[in-house]
Design a protein around this ligand. Structure first.
Ligand SMILES: Cc1cc2nc3c(=O)[nH]c(=O)nc-3n(C[C@H](O)[C@H](O)[C@H](O)COP(=O)(O)OP(=O)(O)OC[C@H]3O[C@@H](n4cnc5c(N)ncnc54)[C@H](O)[C@@H]3O)c2cc1C
Length: 550
């Protein structure tokens, strides 16, 4: 060992989310000695708390199922949705992503990761050129007993602690209003009971993706240190040579003979940067608390250019009751019938069923002209028929009511008064909306026109599965603020996931993937799993490159 270094590895990876795990597993499989450094005392990041869906177009599972996709269609779709949002979204990066899908999935499958398709989940703009249904994959429920005590420190414990799949949610959200929903609900119950009967502790979604990748990493001899942030990139002779980290009170240098991969996530909870780049404070971000942008800062200090810092994986969220409580990101609830979202004046301003990133962008645009609180208003049938993640816990409901986040009233006019909205204006909005629900045509925002909207709809509601009248009280309003699943700007990388400087030159030996890097998805979210899919693939690409395999 070089005397000036405290430790020597071939590869150092910052973070322990999907980007980092993918890079670590790929490098270890290539025979390299890998160290993963996690800044917090819990591993897994937002990836472990997530729905675990990965958008991986033209993937091997689709081919095996004869589902029909191609490189050309995937690229056409990315052009039609992402387009040109700067160098992070260049054609070569889009090609690298699409071409890397096979490699990542084949490697992970060979090493024992069990993928499943979310075959009914549409792209978010399925009607655009190259759009499809069924490009997302997830990892089958995973028995966390296989990672021993590592489960105790997983952020997956903050997610759904049961073998529920991301592909279950669209049906579970209407488990007691449609036969298909009921059947899926029963299947999930049997899956949970089956896991318990076999003495397993199976989990699904993001917890399953991260735990199964960690299991592979540990099996391949990867070393993982918690509470050890990467604080600085160290250079020798103009090339990246290693990192500085801290363990306890000790400052350590770690040599990385082949390179360093930054997979330290976004700046979801860095209030200063959120204000500076985005004009929000990030309090309603659902991202992991450990994502404070420190690894982006490390990359920038090493010379990396930044891009897309103004953007995030936006969406509408129900705020936490206290400043520290997690916000509840809304996906299916706002899409189901008998609900609509209005601004502080009582006007609708967007298609409530559109993708979360689109809704977030529309909220941002609308706030410019009409600042104030938004409300999702539901009639009693929404409460009776659909799963509402924000309203499952009676204690939390009480706290939300006390905090004024949830408000109910017997009539729309009463509700308006309680919300401080002009009653006549809200009643007029509801009347117009009810007309759309009866005709099945939302003449204002085209809600229910896209197959994506209808995925989270109720097929039993006709003529439009996303539109149901608001006429049966009591009516409930729940506050909706701008939330997000994390940020999407970071260090700029090329098609090989190498960090690049403002002048376009490459920082030799420094790589980045996931939310640590500016996203190949630009300002949009083309399909389910559009953050985890590229995070996994660019983590894989980075490790292949530094291992000299590409
Ligand atoms: C509730 C929820 C549901 C979601 N569902 C989905 C979904 O189904 N599909 C999808 O595509 N996306 C989903 N997302 C978004 C997705 O989870 C994130 O975009 C993704 O996990 C980012 O992965 P990552 O590997 O870049 O970062 P993360 O998974 O956040 O991991 C980053 C890790 O790096 C650590 N770290 C930070 N700084 C440093 C440092 N300096 N040194 C070392 N370590 C550091 C952090 O503590 C963290 O553990 C969801 C997010 C949430 C919150």
């Amino acid at each position: 060992m070089n005397e000036s270094w405290d430790h020597t590895f071939d590869v150092v990876v910052a973070g322990t989310g999907v980007a980092a795990l993918s890079a670590a597993v790929t490098a270890a499989d290539a025979g390299l000695k890998v160290l993963m450094l996690e800044s917090t005392d819990r591993w897994g990041g937002s990836s472990a708390m997530s729905g675990g869906g990965l958008w991986l177009p033209n993937n091997p599972l689709m081919r095996r199922a004869g589902a029909g996709d191609s490189r050309e269609e995937a690229l056409a779709y990315l052009e039609a949705t992402v387009g040109d949002a700067g160098p992070a979204t260049s054609l070569t990066r889009k090609e690298a992503f699409v071409d890397g899908v096979d490699g990542f999935m084949s490697l992970a499958e060979r090493l024992g990761v069990r993928f499943a398709r979310a075959a009914d989940y549409p792209d978010y703009y399925p009607e655009r050129p190259g759009g499809k249904i069924g490009r997302a994959v997830e990892v089958e429920p995973f028995d966390v007993k296989r990672i021993g005590t590592w489960w105790d420190t997983s952020r997956g414990q903050d997610g759904v602690p049961a073998p529920v799949k991301t592909d279950d949610f669209w049906l579970l959200s209407r488990a007691w209003s449609t036969p298909a929903g009921f059947t899926r609900g029963a299947r999930v119950v049997f899956r949970v009971l089956g896991s318990l009967a076999r003495g397993r502790n199976a989990v699904g979604m993001g917890a399953a993706v991260t735990a199964s990748l960690l299991e592979v990493a540990l099996r391949l001899g990867v070393t993982v240190w918690l509470s050890s942030p990467v604080t600085e990139i160290l250079f020798e002779g103009g090339r990246v040579a290693g990192v500085r980290t801290t363990r306890g009170d000790e400052s350590l240098t770690v040599k990385a003979d082949r390179g360093v991969v930054l997979g330290g996530g976004g700046f979801d909870h860095n209030t200063e940067w959120r204000e500076k780049y985005q004009g929000v404070d990030g309090a309603a971000s659902s991202g992991s608390r450990g994502n404070v942008g420190s690894a982006i800062d490390v990359g920038q200090r090493a010379g990396g250019a930044l891009d897309l810092m103004e953007d995030a994986w936006w969406g509408g969220s129900v705020p936490g009751v206290t400043k520290d409580a997690a916000a509840m990101f809304l996906v299916s609830e706002r899409s189901m019938p008998h609900s609509m979202i209005v601004d502080a004046a009582g006007d609708r301003f967007a298609n409530e069923s559109e993708s979360y990133v689109d809704l977030g962008h529309h909220m941002l645009e609308h706030f410019e002209s009409a600042p104030g609180t938004c409300w999702m208003i539901t009639d009693v049938r929404h409460a009776r028929r659909y799963l509402r993640s924000y309203a499952l816990d009676p204690k939390a409901n009480k706290a939300m009511r006390e905090a004024g986040i949830m408000v109910s009233a017997p009539t729309i006019a009463d509700l308006a008064v309680r919300l401080g909205i002009d009653a006549a204006r809200l009643s007029a909005t509801v009347e117009r909306f009810n007309g759309f629900a009866r005709s099945g045509v939302d003449a204002d925002f085209a809600r229910g026109n896209s197959a994506y909207d209808r995925y989270y709809g109720d097929p039993g509601v006709r003529p439009n599965p996303n539109l149901g009248t608001l006429e049966k009280g009591p009516f409930t309003a729940v506050q909706v603020v701008l939330g997000d699943l994390g940020t999407k700007g970071g260090v700029l990388t090329d098609a090989a996931a190498r960090v690049i400087r403002d002048d376009g030159t490459v920082i030799e030996g420094l790589y980045a993937a996931g939310n640590n890097s500016a996203s190949v998805m630009g300002h949009t979210y083309p399909g389910p799993g559009s953050t985890l899919g590229p995070a996994a693939v660019f983590g894989y690409i980075a490790a292949r490159h530094l291992a000299g395999k590409e």
